[in-house]
Design a protein around this ligand. Structure first.
Ligand code: FES
Ligand code: FES
Length: 241
């Protein structure tokens, strides 16, 4: 009786022994596949990228722009991309307004446009034709410093003075805003007009003006003094008059 366990003659080789791929062959095929797969990528890496067709930008020529600054009309030849800050400093020659960050973060460039404080580095000069611009040079009237300018001196509210023109313009607008009933983010109840400008209110409303010398305590004291004095905040009580 034959048995399944019948031993095989060692000389008998089965007709089809599954061929076991050798380790070397396997590695060769894998390397070949990887090379084929990577070929397009390698080609892409070695190809010089085609430059997009050069765009010819037509220069926008300067045109006359009339700005009214501190009550005087300046007609300047300006390209439309010139900021109000550069127009004031580089074209009108009014260097009192300072350039700190040139990106709306420090407040050194603060001026008043129709009495409203703005960062002049963030706005184009051509947008302000017809408005009354007030810079630090325009706060004094007839050679007399405005109350806020005097308070800054009396309270020692500056050291190097670089931020001071922006602080003065900002404080001038702040006092007018408060007097007109404008609320701030720290106003407890915006429906009730607070009688007094607290230090917290002053700090919040002046927070857009950075002082790297850290004269903040004295700046707050100066603003508070003018507020408590109750008088006009600029030499003529209207910086645009
Ligand atoms: S220069 Fe305009 S905000 Fe700093
Ligand atoms: S006084 Fe120097 S940055 Fe303000």
């Amino acid at each position: 009786m034959s048995s399944h366990n019948e031993s095989q003659d060692p000389g008998d080789v089965p007709a089809a022994i599954p061929t076991k791929p050798s380790r070397r062959r396997f590695l060769q095929s894998a390397a070949a596949a990887a090379t084929v797969g990577a070929a397009p990528h390698l080609r892409a890496q070695t190809q010089t990228p085609t430059a997009p067709p050069a765009q010819v930008q037509q220069a926008v020529p300067p045109r006359p722009v009339t700005l009214t600054v501190n009550g005087r009309a300046y007609t300047l030849q300006l390209e439309p991309r010139v900021t109000l800050l550069d127009a004031l400093r580089e074209y009108a020659g009014l260097m009192g307004t300072k350039k700190g960050c040139d990106r709306g973060q420090c407040g050194a460039c603060t001026v008043l446009a129709d009495g409203r404080r703005i960062n002049s580095c963030l706005t184009l000069a051509v947008m302000h034709e017809g408005e009354n611009i007030t810079t630090v040079e325009g706060l004094a009237a007839n050679g007399v410093l405005s109350p806020i300018q005097r308070a800054f001196i009396e309270h020692d509210a500056f050291q190097c003075g670089y931020c001071t023109p922006g602080q003065l313009c900002s404080a001038t607008a702040l006092l007018n805003e408060f007097r007109n009933g404008t609320a701030s983010t720290v106003t407890a109840d915006v429906r009730i007009r607070p009688a007094q400008l607290s230090d917290e209110e002053i700090r919040e409303r002046m927070s857009g003006n950075i002082c790297r010398c850290g004269a903040y305590a004295n700046i707050v004291a100066a603003v508070r003094a003018v507020h408590e004095g109750g008088g006009p905040v600029s030499g003529n009580d209207n910086p645009n008059a």
